[in-house]
Design a protein around this ligand. Structure first.
Ligand SMILES: [Fe+2]
Length: 191
């Protein structure tokens, strides 16, 4: 296996279905303050909206029902990608500004440390170049449609050409990035 902090995925997702859910979350939650203004340690202008985050939907029964559907779909994806049983958390993420500067995705009061995330860029051909320092080596990926990325080492994302960037994101917890990458490669759905 290579030493890259990412692997491109060629498993096809149902973009229309994801888009439909995205719109449903927006409609359901537009009255309840679903907007999360920031991630724990990042600048407050970087990521402004997370749809389907449990913290914001916990008091809304319609959103919870929708989230159950989304989670079932995510479980199916993980099963096909040889990642069955790994704890996960799905969000629909909107990133609004240019550079998301160097950071690790750290644990916070609402979520544990995530090792890796499956990222899927919605409805755009524009890509967000991403850089990592991984095992003391610099890596750059010019962008991706669908990929597993390492979130536990330092990384930086340039969203300036595709802002606002909308991503269907499955964060993965427990096993290390390397363990998850090894499993997903065995699924055959990687490039
Ligand atoms: Fe990150």
């Amino acid at each position: 296996m290579d030493n890259l902090p990412y692997v491109n995925i060629n498993y096809e997702l149902d973009e229309n279905l994801i888009e439909k859910w995205w719109n449903e979350f927006t409609n359901i939650l537009s009255h309840t303050g679903y907007i999360r203004p920031n991630f724990s340690k990042l600048d407050d202008k970087t990521i402004t909206e997370l749809y389907g985050h449990e913290l914001f939907i916990k008091s809304d029964s319609d959103a919870l029902i929708l989230k159950d559907k989304v989670n079932l779909y995510a479980e199916k994806i993980l099963e096909n990608l040889n990642l069955e049983g790994i704890p996960f958390h799905v969000t629909f993420m909107v990133t609004n500004t240019g550079i998301l500067d160097w950071h690790k995705d750290e644990a916070s009061s609402t979520r544990p440390q995530c090792s890796a995330a499956i990222m899927y860029s919605l409805n755009t051909d524009k890509r967000a170049p991403t850089e990592w320092i991984y095992n003391d080596v610099y890596y750059k990926l010019d962008g991706y449609k669908h990929a597993l990325i390492n979130c536990s080492c330092m990384h930086r994302v340039d969203n300036s050409k595709c802002s606002p960037r909308r991503t269907f994101r499955i964060a993965l917890y427990g096993p290390t990035f390397e363990e998850i990458k090894s499993k997903i490669i065995q699924s055959g759905y990687t490039i």
